[in-house]
Design a protein around this ligand. Structure first.
Ligand code: PHB
Length: 365
């Protein structure tokens, strides 16, 4: 089975091509959004993945949009993550940290000084919601447009977070440029209507995401840095006037930098955590973009073990991400190799809570 074959990722060798997707679980210790032993147990249980990408992790307090998501900007968070990386490494796993800033998908209760969330432009995401710091469902507010000096400071926040990730013992990092969060908000014309160097033409809209990427590469080296993208995704009210041209250009820029992988979410599965429905009418972005990229192409988006194997055989991807199936099957690679039945997942325990629905899914043996 191709899924079970090794994969070179820079100078790492992944033991299989079954990648654990980044998954928001909202179970960091409070106060302070600090990874804890429970999180280390959860990730270590899943160390048989070829690679784990952690849940989205805010690079600053301003970058947080949901309660309980972990950060990588305080000393306590760095020590919290150290127990996670140690536990995963002890089980022979490899783990990259996902670096995240939510931009407009936040609420003032998460913001330092209770200010408005920030974005490229003062445009609210419609039909999107989040939770306040005390877990009350809330609509998304109209954000405040960032000033250029603030943009430069966010580049520094990503850089500091990358340095912290190294200190915490990760094997690499993934920069989150997908799903309608800050960097994606800059990329796409529906959310970026700036008229300065950071908006307008495609070259201007990719500027800030690439400045962030360059800062992160500067810390880690290109071999240890991947990027998450979601072209044609509509989650968080995203839209672009010409996604093909935008992402073609961006991928060319990624090739120039030689980053090690792209993780691309198929738009058929654009609801992120929302539901299990797949949209068959959505374009196939691995068909559109895989061959443009020189590095490892990881595809995400509603795969089953069968469709994943097929995608690898048809050379639509080099590796496949599983999210929901990794939540409910800590030993997913073993189950795939034995064609064993998969545990069903319980959506009601995806977000928040403790052990239930998190570290209590059974393994085969
Ligand atoms: C979420 O927290 O709902 C979430 C986070 C990151 C994503 C998608 C969804 O990329």
């Amino acid at each position: 089975m191709k899924l079970l074959s090794e994969l070179k990722l820079g100078n790492l060798t992944l033991k299989n091509r079954i990648i654990m997707a980044p998954l928001t679980r909202m179970r960091s210790a409070q106060p302070g959004n600090i990874p804890q032993e429970l999180n280390a147990t959860y990730y270590a249980q899943r160390a048989s993945a070829g690679l784990i990408i952690t849940e989205a992790t805010q690079v600053s307090q301003q970058g947080q949009g949901y309660p309980g998501t972990p950060g990588i900007h305080s000393k306590e968070q760095v020590s919290g993550w150290k127990q996670v990386t140690k536990a995963v490494h002890e089980k022979g796993g490899k783990i990259f940290l996902q670096l995240w800033h939510v931009g407009r998908i936040s609420h003032s209760s998460h913001q330092p000084d209770g200010k408005l969330p920030v974005a490229p432009s003062a445009i609210a995401a419609k039909n999107s919601g989040t939770y306040t710091a005390d877990w009350k469902p809330t609509e998304i507010l109209t954000p405040r447009a960032l000033e250029v000096v603030e943009i430069k400071n966010i580049v520094k926040d990503f850089k500091m977070a990358a340095i912290n990730a190294k200190e915490a013992g990760f094997d690499g990092v993934e920069v989150h440029m997908a799903n309608g969060y800050l960097l994606d908000q800059f990329l796409q014309s529906g959310s970026n209507q700036r008229t300065d160097d950071y908006g307008g033409s495609i070259a201007d809209r990719v500027r800030f995401p690439l400045e962030v990427l360059d800062a992160v590469i500067n810390v880690w080296g290109k071999d240890k840095v991947g990027v998450r993208l979601s072209p044609y995704g509509t989650f968080n009210d995203m839209s672009d006037s010409d996604p093909k041209a935008l992402f073609d250009h961006l991928i060319e820029e990624l090739n120039k930098r030689g980053i090690v992988f792209i993780d691309m979410i198929e738009p058929r599965a654009t609801t992120a955590g929302g539901d299990d429905k797949l949209n068959d009418k959505a374009p196939c972005t691995s068909d559109l973009f895989k061959n443009k990229f020189n590095g490892v192409f990881i595809s995400a988006g509603g795969y089953t073990p069968e469709t994943a194997e097929q995608a690898l055989e048809q050379n639509k991807a080099d590796a496949i991400m599983f999210g929901r199936w990794f939540i409910s099957n800590p030993d997913l690679p073993e189950r795939i190799s034995k064609k064993a039945e998969l545990n069903k997942y319980d959506r009601s325990t995806f977000y928040g809570g403790q052990e239930k629905g998190y570290t209590d899914y059974p393994c085969l043996s």
